[in-house]
Design a protein around this ligand. Sequence first.
Ligand SMILES: *Cc1c(COP(=O)(O)O)cnc(C)c1O
Length: 393
Amino acid sequence: MRTVALPRSGVHAADQASAAMLRGSWYEIDLDAICHNYRQLRRHLPCHVKVYACLKRNAYGCGAGPVASALAKEGVDGFAVASLLDAIAIRQQGVSQQLLLYPGALPAAAPTIQSLDLTVSVSSIEELEQWRAAIPRLRVFIKVDLGFFRAGATPFDAGKLLAAAAGLADVQVEGIYAHMSELPTVQGSDADEQLARMQAILREASGFGWRPAVVMMSSTEGVLNHPDLDFDAVDPGALFFGLPESDKPTRPVILRPALKSICSSLVSVKRLDASLGPVPAIFGKTPGMILGVIGMGWGDGLPREIPSGAVGLIRGQRARLLPPAHLEHIRIDLTDVPEARYGDQVVLLGRQGDQSITHEEAATCWGTDIVGLYAQLRDHIPRIYTQSKGKPQ
Ligand SMILES: *Cc1c(COP(=O)(O)O)cnc(C)c1O
């Protein structure tokens, strides 16, 4: 019987750069841009306002661990995530700042939460009791809903929840927070009203002698446009990745995009001949077509429908992507790039030679917006991080 020798350390030990080589596809993430965006924010915030970086959804696809590590070195005060996997990735980087769990994990995950030293969110007395039963010395942020109609106690229930939590010797209430945001369909529940609701909750709390150490309600939209909502801390997320929520923010930050490129490789190249029959009409008629195959597909976060006008960059030229998309493969028309070779790099977002595919172009082409582009980034695709002087990390 033949056995296959595997390297003892296995592929898990491979660093991101060699993982990119193994797969032939990768995302290039600019940690400098993320740190720059943080410094922009910090410059416009009063000193006493803490920044909790919201790194949910694996830091908007950019990798929670490395992003947290870079921001921790910049002096960010804390972090917030919804998924325990993101919390694990952050702690594995040796990041020791306060780490808040948004609603997401359940008390069944108590041992992991304790070992990672996390602060949990609590939105009701029922939640509080379940968490207390699971974790002996519980640390919580009380979450309130000010008009977003998502998780969080209603303003009516918030006072009772705070009073209950504040009266428990085994529970440490570290703060109170809300996600100031508006549903597109809701009329009239604006930032001022949400602020008034938060103030009413705080008045009620001070009525029974309680003042939370941290009050927080501003994410990217709030921190850019409503300085009156700063309170003690803010928890923006999109901002770090260069995704401004408005074109002309009140705080004139200049943000840089974190995602520098989406790269893949040609895994097949051939000149079509008559033995295959006629070129399918779906490709657009191209006699003597040179067909390339890119090693990335809709299972890797690329669009399932290839729109007309979608291109990849190869050998510094724009070449048409051809429908339909497949799970791990997409075709590209290389007829006008006859010098293209098996193994060549294909850029699907970013720059190659004189050509570039901007975030705006990619988002339009993929039928999404720029936040949607980041949300499509998949965790199984390796990321290459660039830092100071463009040197790969
Ligand atoms: C997503 C989220 C944020 C950050 O929102 P951005 O718009 O990305 O800044 C902050 N707080 C909570 C509770 C969130 O869910």
